[in-house]
Design a binder for this molecule. Structure first.
Ligand code: NAD
Length: 252
């Protein structure tokens, strides 16, 4: 098993990619703190993991709230004694509004959840990682984190910031045994995707304009495999990187 003996916190783990990551990590031997705003969903994921013989505990967390984020990291320590892997995956989509139509309130909410939550969780986890001299951080960015053509202004800017945090954290702590990387998923079949204008048309349009692109949206389990690689020692020389899992769209 590739994560035997490790403890992981996964945010946004009640559904979609977070759920797939939590389940795969547990299958690979990790003890998982299943964190989500949706506590019923998180409990269901944790209980499913336990029924399959794995170890998991759920916690209600609004990653936009400082106290919740701190309590989430504390939970890993109180429950399992330490933390080895932090997956900042929770995120919300915007309403595709261009900057001319963005409302301050919506902008602030998207940044609190998608960006500030990531920074705060890393900040809280760092003393644990620094003391051990090891730790892995994985942030779910988006192809919208390096392209302007995937979402509205707030989401696009928030995910560009996630990539910035990833690179800066990877750079700042590289010599302390800590690695920080991001995954940039393309259109993936999850709940959040249903808030896109039309994920099927969005996915299909790619194949019309770009040769050599995998002609479908992704599945959460395909993103989880990238998160497993980044969490495991197999990626020991990967740091400050952003791995696109988008069927090749942003390569064109
Ligand atoms: P999802 O909606 O299935 O899962 C997101 C989870 O985050 C949900 O369980 C939700 O309850 C939780 N969440 C929302 N707000 C929260 C908050 N304030 N605090 C804690 N948890 C909260 O969607 P998903 O596609 O699995 O999204 C996971 C990540 O992937 C997000 O960061 C998203 O931006 C990113 N992403 C998704 C796609 C896609 O096409 N699905 C593409 C690129 C990036």
């Amino acid at each position: 098993m590739r994560l035997e003996g490790k403890t992981a916190v996964v945010t946004g783990a009640a559904s979609g990619m977070g759920k797939a990551i939590a389940e795969l990590y547990a299958k690979e031997g990790a003890k998982v703190v299943v964190s989500d705003l949706n506590i019923e969903g998180a409990e269901a994921v944790a209980s499913g993991i336990r029924s399959s013989g794995g170890e998991a505990v759920a916690i209600k967390t609004n990653v936009g709230d400082l106290n919740d984020v701190n309590a989430m990291i504390d939970k890993a320590v109180s429950e399992y004694g330490t933390l080895d892997i932090l997956v900042n995956n929770a995120g919300i989509m915007d309403n595709m509004a261009a900057v001319g139509d963005v409302e301050d309130e919506r902008w602030d909410l998207i940044f609190d959840v998608n960006t500030k939550g990531v920074m705060r969780a890393i900040r809280k986890a760092l003393p644990i990682f620094l003391e051990k001299g090891s730790g892995v951080i994985i942030n779910t960015a988006s192809t919208g984190g390096f392209s302007g053509a995937h979402a509205g202004a707030a989401y696009t800017a928030s995910k560009h910031a996630v990539i910035g945090i990833t690179k800066n954290t990877g750079f700042m702590y590289a010599q302390k045994g800590i690695r920080c990387n991001a995954i940039a998923p393309g259109a993936t079949i999850t709940n959040i995707a249903s808030t896109m204008t039309n994920i099927n048309e969005f996915g299909a349009s790619r194949t019309k304009v770009t040769q050599g692109v995998i002609p479908r949206a992704g599945q959460p389990e395909e993103i989880a495999q990238v998160a497993l690689f980044l969490a495991s020692d197999e990626s020991s020389f990967v740091n400050g990187a952003v791995i696109a899992a988008d069927g090749g769209w942003t390569a064109g």
